[in-house]
Design a protein around this ligand. Structure first.
Ligand SMILES: [Zn+2]
Length: 313
């Protein structure tokens, strides 16, 4: 794993910036490359490590992963011979050696960059956390207008309900098995983190979004001179509040042209769930991560509603 490390020698945050956790996403490597090419390498405090390509084997074949999604198996208890499992210990050690993570991604379909933050401060068993204020400020500093939060809690809730309907009630936190990625691991290790989905892989602004996210992160943490990128018209912040899991053969989207950030109609059936029509009882809900043909037990769509989390930053 190639690393570029810079240490000011002065006390301060330890930031790690990662790319290509998914091998087919150029946002990380290209943004980090472009940033480093133009950076004067002056750090005011702390230290920063850049890892342009985390999953080198997947990057070499330009696929999301070789065997399993690295961004879902960081919490795996048993590591086997799978390509991604072999690098998990090194990636864990990398995160544990830092306080703050900026993880850069891009996506295949749709448009519009977005950032993802973790939970609110809590002492629950799923995802205990105490850096909400710092993480919210960090998330604002990367300068991405659309910000989402609340993934793991809502996914765990849906998965628990799905398991319970199949008589499986022994595990209160089933999401931990399938859903611990880079940021979740970082929070669990005592730090905080932000994922930036910089845009569609080939979109014109994908790399510039990544570069300005890196600059904004470093400025926001007081590590370099500069200005935090401006977000025109303020943030559009949403809480992911409900994950809908396919539980019945007929379940799925009624309209499968739904894309990320589409505003969903209130009162009209948008999908089948448990064999019945499902419609929303509130305005302003957007669609996230809609899936055209999920398997039973997989999510069909995630619903997100407006959040005030970034109103006062
Ligand atoms: Zn990705």
């Amino acid at each position: 794993m190639e690393k570029f490390e810079f240490d000011s020698g002065i006390d301060g945050p330890a930031l790690v910036v990662t790319g290509a956790v998914h091998g087919d996403e150029r946002a990380g490597p290209d943004s980090i490359g472009s940033f480093l090419e133009n950076w004067d390498r002056i750090l005011k405090k702390g230290r920063v490590t850049f890892v342009p390509v985390v999953n080198e084997a997947a990057r070499a074949q330009n696929t999301r992963f070789v065997d399993v999604d690295l961004n879902r198996c960081m919490g795996a208890e048993e590591l086997g011979e799978l390509s991604e499992h072999k690098i998990v210990p090194e990636v864990r050690a990398l995160l544990e050696a830092h306080d703050v993570l900026l993880d850069l991604h891009s996506f295949r379909k749709g448009d519009g960059a977005f950032a993802l933050l973790g939970p609110k401060d809590n002492s629950g068993g799923l995802e205990p956390f105490s850096h909400e204020i710092a993480e919210t400020a960090f998330g604002a500093s990367v300068g991405i207008k659309r910000v989402l939060h609340g993934w793991l809690g809502s996914y765990n809730c849906a998965l628990s309900a799905f398991n319970a309907s199949n008589g499986k009630t022994d595990d209160p936190f089933p999401a931990l098995e399938k859903s611990v990625g880079m940021t979740e691991y970082m929070r669990n290790a005592g730090g905080y983190a932000c994922t930036v989905e910089c845009g569609q892989h080939e979109a014109e602004d994908c790399i510039s979004n990544g570069v300005s996210a890196i600059e904004g992160a470093l400025v926001g943490l007081g590590m370099i001179e500069g200005e935090i990128p401006k977000v025109e018209g303020g943030f559009d912040c949403y809480e992911l509040y409900q994950v809908i899991i396919k539980s019945h053969e007929d379940d799925g989207l009624i309209n499968d042209t739904i894309e990320n950030f589409d505003v969903l109609p209130k009162g009209e059936p948008i999908l089948k769930v448990g064999g019945k029509d499902f419609s929303l009882d509130q305005d302003g809900v957007i669609a996230m991560f809609p899936k055209a043909s999920p398997q039973i037990g997989e999510s069909i769509i995630t619903l997100a509603r407006p959040s005030k989390r970034l109103d006062n930053v």
